[in-house]
Every structure is written in structure tokens, then in C-alpha cells.
Design a protein around this ligand. Sequence first.
Ligand SMILES: Cc1ncc(COP(=O)(O)O)c(C=O)c1O
Length: 465
Amino acid sequence: MFAFKLILPILIPLKSPRQRLMAKDATHNRRNFVRQLGGLAGMLSLAPGLPAFADEKKFLVPTTAPGEDVTEKEDYWGFIQQAYSVSPNIINLNNGGVSPQPTVVQNALDRYNRLSNEAPTYYMWRSLDEGRESVRMKLADLAGCSPEEIAINRNASEALETIIFGLNLQKGDEVVLTKQDYPNVINAWKQREKREGIVLKFINLDLPIEDNQLIVRKYKEAFTAGTKVVMITHMVNWSGQILPAAQISRAAKKHNPAIQVVIDGAHSFAQLTYKIPDLEGDYFGASLHKWLCSPFGTGMLYIKQARIKDIWPLLAPEDPQSPDIRKFERLGTRSFPAEMAIGHAINFHNTIGDERKQKRLHYLKNYWVEKCLNIPGFSTITSLKPQFSGAIATFAIKGLTPGEVATELFKRARIHTSATVWENISGVRITPHLYTPLKDLDRLVNTIQLIAKENTGAANRNSLK
Ligand SMILES: Cc1ncc(COP(=O)(O)O)c(C=O)c1O
């Protein structure tokens, strides 16, 4: 339980690190119910040799008992909402595309950027570049693997295409993937098919599927003696379906231990509770600007240690066959400030905790979908069960195209969504985030109801003509 009437002002302007610490201690001693988001670690510079930065503005979150279930405690989430600077004028329900950063992350990015501008090559190459090792360690901790298996890059596309183009494959070698994989991933495989004659074996998933055995069976049916690689999207972006990555990986390795498994974790990383090695893949790519809320243009590549030497980097280092994961970081000049601010996003994520985050996101999704299920003409291709879905859900209204529905949502209620038409998928994708208040989802439900009702009315009038 937490006492909200005593909550301090959310923003604490502090002048120096010492004053901040004193104020923090005083806060703790006087009222032992709040703690500073990000904690002390968030105040320290990640790059050796740099002055320790202090966030000018810290947010407070209520202290909760270990293991306390806060899924439906709106007062707790109200504090998390205040940690973001999202527009009060647009209801952003396309967080699956890119997520906003909490202000502590924006502030960190801003400070690193200002510092870099004092002497770009000095601060970026001598100081911030060294700080990448600290970020690597924090990411490895979050991912449950060795820092020697993590490369920091710009997004999931870059991570996954590094693997797709870096694997040693011969003409005729087969890759098993699905029609519901991400377009950049499919395009990269198709380019190899065109240039080198590898063979793509597509599975078609009829979503939603609430039977993991059925999904594994579909993959197994596509395996042959020529299968060299299996591609798995851990969470399908079109509908939010969670695929049983570990079970598929195990089935592939059982079929032939030499098969290599590539996992697209763009949507599952920092949304679902797991460690990368749990998925039993060889390679994993994720965007950090989605569910981790890191700066835009930050991503991560994981490669199982024994595999690193055999993957050719996209941008060549001195020794492309080195077993050092850092060979994938020869990107040239990139945003060092963005990379450094990843550490602050991890602090923010850890302050909430991944289990709480997953439960809340699933709750938000079910909150609005369950209210819509009895609206005439409404349908969804997303499961409501937590083992098959998280924050994302995709719906349709009979008789309207996804584009028409998305346009109406924005026109009538300033609700920003994503209209999706891809292969066998046609609908509007809704992705709330931790900062989404229930009243915004109520507005979504009411607007869907209105659109569906008017559409049914119009259809009835037309049928009488
Ligand atoms: C499943 C999946 N994989 C990969 C990506 C690519 O992510 P990025 O744009 O960060 O490269 C996305 C982006 O939406 C995605 O949904």
C-alpha cells in the first residue's frame, strides 16, 4: 500500500549532486514511501573520465512491497505517466512503432549531446565511446547473457540484417520463415535468394493461434534435409501474437543440430519477461527504441559466443573473422549520446520491473478489447491470453477498411493508430504503453462503438435502397 496524499511535488529541482543527495536522504528519512526513479546509478556518468551528471528533474514513484501486484493500481501508474512528456492533445496508440522516452532519458540524451558539442571528437571518441562498455554490461544484465555476446547498434533491422547477410550459406541452402515476419527481414532474405540462390520456405500463420503445438508443427513440416536456418519472430508485429520461440528452436535443433536459429525480438525485448538464452536461439536482434524506451535509433544484436567468429560483419573491421563481438560496432560516426542514454532507459525499466511491466501492458490491451467484443461488427485477430499476447492488439470493423477506421479514429477523437494490411492480416493495430491512462482507452472504445454503429446504420440504409 502507498499513501498518496503525502506525495511530494513530482519535479525536484536540485542544484548540485551534493544537494541532491542530501535532499534525497531527507526525503527518505522523513517519508519512507517514495524513491527516486532511476536511483543513484541513474545519476552517475556511464563514461569514465566524465563528470558525474545529475538529472535536473527526478520523478518519484511510490515504494511498493516486494512482489506487490500493482497491475490495476491506477495511482501507481499515474506516477509513471508523469515520467513521460507525451502530448495531451493526441492519444498515441501506436507505441509499437516507436515508443517515447521518459524525460529522464530525454534529459540524459540532451546532456550527452550538449557535452559532445563542446568538442565532438574529444568527448565522443575519447569519453563516450569508452562508456559503451558500461552500456554493454547493463544490456547483458537485462538480457541474461555475457557482455561479450552483445553489440550495440541502431535498430532491429540492422541487427537482424547483420546476421542475415553475415551467415555463410550456399546456393540451395534452405531458410524457414513465415509470411508474417517483418518486411525488412523478409526483404533481406529475398535479396540473398535473388543474388545467391538460397531457398526460402515460407510458412503461413493464420492468426490468432492459441496452440503452441500447432505452431511448432507448422515449422516442423517445413524442415527438410536442406534446412540451414530458421527465422522466428518472437512477437509478431501485425497482431501481437507470441510465438513459442524456445520450442521452435528446440524442434529445429532436434531435426538437425547444425540448424541455426535467428530470433527477431524487436517487440518482445523489454515487453515480455525472459532472458535471451531462454529462447535457445543462436542470434537475436531488438530495437531499444520500442519497449525499452531508449533514444530513437538504438538497437542491440546478440550472438551466442561460439558463433561470433563465423558471422561476417556488414561494415568490415580489420579482422572480420574475429571472435570479438565489437567487430559489429564499426558503424563509423553514429549518435554516441543516444547510445549512452540507453543506460538511463534501463534504469527506468528496472525501477518498474519487467514482470510488472508485462502484466500492466497485457492488462491495458485486454481492458479495451474485452469492452469491444460485444460491439456488432468488431473482430480481433489477437488472443486475450497472456501466453499468446502482450500490449498489442489488432481489430477490424466489418465493412470498413483499416485505413478508413484509422482515419475516423483520428478525425473523431485524435487517436493515433496504425492501419495494417499485410498478407492475410487486415486491421487497425492498437498499442498502448505504460503511460496510457484508462480514460484514453475508454475514449478508444467509445469511438470504435460510434464508428461501428454508424457504419451498420449506413449499411442498413444502403440495403433498403
Ligand atoms: C517484428 C519487427 N522486427 C523488426 C522491426 C524493425 O525495427 P527497427 O525499425 O527498429 O529496425 C520491427 C519494427 O517495427 C518489427 O516490428
